[in-house]
Design a protein around this ligand. Structure first.
Ligand code: LMR
Length: 336
């Protein structure tokens, strides 16, 4: 009788809701910037939305500030399945052999965010995302940060002011050409190493939107910041293809919805985040902020114009032409 009761209890236990619960699907989401940036905030918003929409069947673990992986390593980790989701900047996909993404680095190609969104949220963006599948990666979305500015320990008003400076860049041929066109020496470096390199004088300057500059305390090691808005910095959110394809269909669809909403959120906060960061840089009193006048800006546009021509072979002249054409067409549907 005792044995029967014990067996009965065991059977009941094995049916209990706690035991029947499958363990959650874990998405490790690694990135290299601070939590208080457009990307950092969008990653946390995605976590919240994804966990809510799946009723806890998915757990998203966000690792900011290169805590888990540095730039290049995170790409390899994604392909190996050591991390499920990352959001590298568009300048960092070259190791995958998809150079087309470097088109976003072309200086002064995108006049503003509206033009930019016509590409990232339109057919060209979709085509670019599709290119990733053959690399074992699924591209889910483009996330915004904003337009970049130059910084150094000297005023940068005219293109000639860049002459001889060792400027940190992301690993992109276009950015390399951009710095050379300005007479600077480009030095490729991981984002997580930039502050120390500036502090030690290994590099003299850098380029980033204000949000990335301020949240890494670069105002402590750079005396001048020029609002040049010469190029765009955005991200592609990518997942390991096998992981994604193996997800139950209802989970995948809930995650796609969460991603869409997080993407709208990133677009809605990026301007304000960068404006607030710029104010904070000014308020620090450590870095002088200069905004290019229209005439000053034109000199930078002229100095950088040859880069587009030079990079046509790298990126593909058709893609550049398609982008220029799409930007000119004002009645393009924009979905964000
Ligand atoms: C950089 O490396 O400068 C940035 O792209 C970092 C980031 O992810 O925003």
């Amino acid at each position: 009788m005792k044995l029967f009761a014990a067996l009965f209890a065991c059977a009941l236990l094995s049916l209990s809701p706690v035991q029947a619960q499958p363990s959650p699907i874990v998405i490790r989401f690694s990135h290299v910037v601070a939590p208080a940036t457009p990307k950092g905030k969008a990653a946390l918003r995605f976590k919240e939305l994804a966990e809510r929409a799946t009723g806890g069947r998915v757990r998203v673990q966000v690792y900011p500030n290169s805590e888990l992986y540095q730039d290049r390593d995170e790409l390899e980790a994604l392909q190996l399945g050591a991390v499920e989701m990352i959001a590298p900047s568009l300048s960092k996909l070259t190791p995958l052999g998809v150079r087309e993404f470097e088109v976003f680095d072309v200086p002064f190609l995108f006049p503003d965010e509206t033009a930019l969104h016509k590409i990232t949220q339109g057919p060209i963006g979709k085509r670019l995302l599709d290119r990733l599948r053959s690399k074992g990666i699924v591209g889910l979305a483009f996330w915004d940060n904003g337009f970049k500015s130059f910084s150094a320990n000297r005023p940068l008003y005219r293109p000639e002011d860049m002459s001889g400076l060792r400027m940190r860049i992301q690993p992109s041929r276009v950015l390399d050409a951009q710095m050379r066109a300005l007479g600077a020496q480009p030095i490729t470096m991981r984002f997580g190493e930039v502050y120390a390199a500036l502090e030690a004088g290994v590099v003299d300057g850098t380029e980033n939107p204000p949000s990335n500059f301020y949240t890494q305390n670069m105002q402590d090691v750079q005396t001048h910041f020029t609002v040049s808005n010469h190029g765009y910095l955005g991200y592609v959110v990518i997942v390991n293809k096998k992981f994604w394809d193996d997800l139950p269909a209802d989970i995948r669809s809930a995650l796609e919805d969460a991603m869409q909403e997080a993407t709208r959120y990133a677009a809605s906060i990026s301007n304000a985040e960068n404006a607030a960061a710029l104010d904070a840089i000014r308020a620090s009193g450590k870095t002088e902020v200069h905004t290019l006048t229209a005439a000053e800006r034109q000199a930078w546009v002229d100095a950088l114009a040859p880069v587009v021509q030079e990079m046509k072979d790298v990126i593909g002249s058709q893609l550049i032409a398609d982008i220029q054409q799409t930007i000119r067409t004002s009645d393009q549907h924009v979905s964000h």
